[in-house]
Design a protein around this ligand. Sequence first.
Ligand code: HEC
Ligand code: HEC
Length: 215
Amino acid sequence: MRSVPLFVLVAACVEPSSGTGSASAESSSSATSQGADEAGSSGASSGGSTAGTDTGGADTSSASSGSSSGDCEVDTDRGSICTSQQMWTDGDQASTLMRPGAPCIDCHADAGGAPLFAVAGTVYPTLHEPTDCYGAAGDVVVRITGSDGATIDLPVGSSGNFFASTSAGIVFPIRADVLFEDRVRAMCGWQSNGDCNLCHTEEGANGAPGRIRLP
Ligand code: HEC
Ligand code: HEC
């Protein structure tokens, strides 16, 4: 756990560099001066019940393709638990709480009628938690910074999920901060994919250390 003041973390993260996009490096550091103000968050209410037809398995492709990440430290501890001790058991039933930890956008792209998200994912209390385990609840906010410098704060629902519509105007590549209480955990790398759980799997894929977790 890091408890470095916000401005230090942000200062390490101003340069769009990570190799994924053909992104312009135009993002100005003025976009990074915001404080860790608490935006509101809300528990989303679930609908539905039944249907234990969960077929989507956890992404087991763990990889650590040494991505250079500047000043970001990567935690390598292992040992997976479902901290909340609560599992999503309603399969692919439509809900804001659905399939915590699974790659939302990847599935929604193929699922007729599912909302189209620019950014979506799940925040967890710890680094290694299984798919469909409920994540972190409480006043958690995921702040997305677009390469145009604009930020958008996404509330985290009661299963840990957060999401933003494709109509939210987010300009890729993006970087992200998780805000909780007065702490922040930053992703320094600029990503051109908003499907956070594709990389932030139980074990971590594409260089990510594991789940998106609370600061
Ligand atoms: C394996 C497929 C799959 C995954 C993974 C998945 N979804 Fe869905 N999602 C669906 C389908 C199918 C629908 C409903 C489409 C419909 O209503 O016809 C849906 C609908 C939704 C809705 C609309 C809810 C409503 O009340 O209409 C939200 C919000 C949503 N998903 C969020 C998420 C989030 C956030 C994630 C990732 C944490 C996620 N989904 C992961 C398949 C998936
Ligand atoms: C293409 C893969 C990929 C995607 C997609 C991705 N990340 Fe990351 N993430 C990484 C990598 C690699 C790191 C470690 C290096 C760094 O911090 O940039 C990381 C680190 C992080 C960290 C810090 C991890 C820690 O334990 O300190 C947070 C927080 C984070 N990401 C949030 C997000 C959010 C939110 C999204 C979705 C908007 C997202 N990530 C999408 C690859 C990805």
